[in-house]
Design a protein around this ligand. Structure first.
Ligand SMILES: *Cc1c(COP(=O)(O)O)cnc(C)c1O
Length: 421
């Protein structure tokens, strides 16, 4: 079993993102596109995206370390975790990393740190929750009335308190919202961006000058998991933003984006061997090596995260699909729900065949789950220069996890720790 990443497709997605915003923004508008590291936390991928002009959005010290390891400079990095410690805040301030404070208590910590710092701080902003409602996946919707993220704007007195926070702090120069990730209709995302623009205008009017100079619009563009079509495209979304809130692109504000899934999903595939096939209760089941350890959301909440499965024979040739049969496609984990597809019409799978889980470039092979001590699979990236198999070039971007590494992560060196207690 292995992850595959189409490098050309990643480059094309990055270029489409740049082009989409360039097409609607006033000339000279500063636009920083960052990549949400959690969507594919592999350093070579962050480096590839940096070469394509993207920065990083990080949400933990680990993600910051990956961005640094990829050579992404501090001034192209944004820190957005909702649970930043004092030490993490201090570290971001001294290393020049922009951040968005999530709540009043975090803002109070920033007050103390900024007062103590000798140098002017990096760009700092507040994350707000426009409380516009949910998309189709509750767990991914961050703009609900009671979401754990950001300053809720519609709670009694909250909007005025945010305006006052900016009045009181000359170093608050950004405003941020991210209304969700997958399942959010683009129209709802655009209303979130419009709400950020409205509030920025209100704050700048209240302060009496352009205090907020940059709007961070977050990520969250949904991915179509149902076909090969990329929809919506970045161009669709940029036009929708320009129609909904033309002031975003007037040049009065610099812009930051934080897309993750939409940059990588279509470029990735998980390939797994069919180890056995069997039947139970009249149901055909293919037991493969790809299950919850890579596709945890698909396995645990299958209705929210359906994946397409393609069938290949042992030689890697597509299987004829003129007489499909409903089959469960199972993973190797030891719980009954470890299925990546249920009653899916597919060519009859046989031992030695391969299944491909499509559109899995983001949040799948890069976000493994350590259940059953299954090792992390290798990830190989490729480019295609022509139509024949020899026109494909591969490079490994993550080595398969060894059993020795697995034992180490399971505290192998501490074997006797409990014997002397
Ligand atoms: C997860 C996340 C993103 C990226 O979301 P995608 O759906 O992958 O585009 C961006 N910003 C923040 C704050 C996030 O939590």
């Amino acid at each position: 079993m292995a992850g595959l990443l189409d490098v050309t497709a990643v480059r094309e997605a990055a270029r489409a993102l740049h082009a989409a915003f360039a097409a609607v923004a006033a000339p000279g508008t500063p636009v920083l596109h960052t990549f949400a590291v959690k969507a594919c936390s592999l350093v070579p991928v962050l480096r590839l995206l940096a070469d394509e002009g993207l920065g990083c959005e990080a949400a933990s010290p680990g993600e910051l370390a990956l961005a640094r390891a990829a050579g992404v400079p501090a001034d192209r990095t944004v820190l957005d975790s909702p649970a930043k410690t004092r030490a993490e805040l201090a570290e971001a301030l001294t290393s020049g990393i922009a951040l968005n404070a999530d709540n009043p208590a975090e803002l109070a910590r920033l007050d103390a740190l900024v007062a103590r710092a000798g140098a002017p701080p990096p760009p700092l902003g507040l994350r707000v929750n426009p409380q516009l409602g949910a998309g189709s996946i509750g767990a991914m919707s961050t703009a609900t009335a009671t979401s754990k993220f950001g300053f809720p704007l519609r709670d009694a007195g909250a909007r005025d308190a945010v305006v006052q926070a900016y009045r009181d702090r000359p170093w608050l120069t950004r405003l941020h919202a991210h209304v969700g990730s997958q399942g959010i209709p683009p129209e709802l995302m655009a209303r979130g961006a419009a709400a950020v623009l409205d509030l920025a205008e209100e704050i700048n009017a209240a302060v009496g000058h352009t205090r907020i100079d940059t709007l961070d619009l977050g990520g969250g563009l949904p991915v179509n998991f149902a076909s090969d079509e990329t929809e919506p495209t970045y161009a669709d979304y940029a036009r929708l933003l320009a129609d909904t809130a033309p002031g975003l692109f007037s040049g009065a504000y610099g812009l930051v984006t934080e897309f993750g899934r939409s940059l990588l999903a279509k470029a990735g595939t998980v390939l797994a061997r069919v180890e056995y096939t069997k039947t139970a209760g009249g149901r055909r089941i293919a037991v493969t090596h790809a299950g919850a350890q890579l596709a945890v959301r698909t396995v645990l909440t299958p209705d929210a995260w359906p994946l397409r499965v393609a069938a290949y024979d042992a030689e890697g040739r597509p299987k004829r699909d003129d007489s499909p049969v409903a089959q469960d496609v199972a993973g190797p984990c030891c719980f009954a729900g470890d299925l990546v597809a249920r009653e899916r019409p597919l060519p009859p799978l046989e031992e030695g065949d391969h299944t491909a889980l499509l559109d899995t470039g983001a949040y799948y092979f890069s976000t493994p789950y350590a259940y059953n001590s299954l090792p992390r699979p290798a990830v190989h990236a490729y480019t295609t220069t022509g139509p024949t198999p020899t026109d494909v070039r591969f490079t490994t971007i993550r080595e398969p996890q060894t059993l020795a590494s697995l034992v180490h992560e399971s505290a192998g060196e501490l074997r006797d720790a409990l014997r002397g207690l």
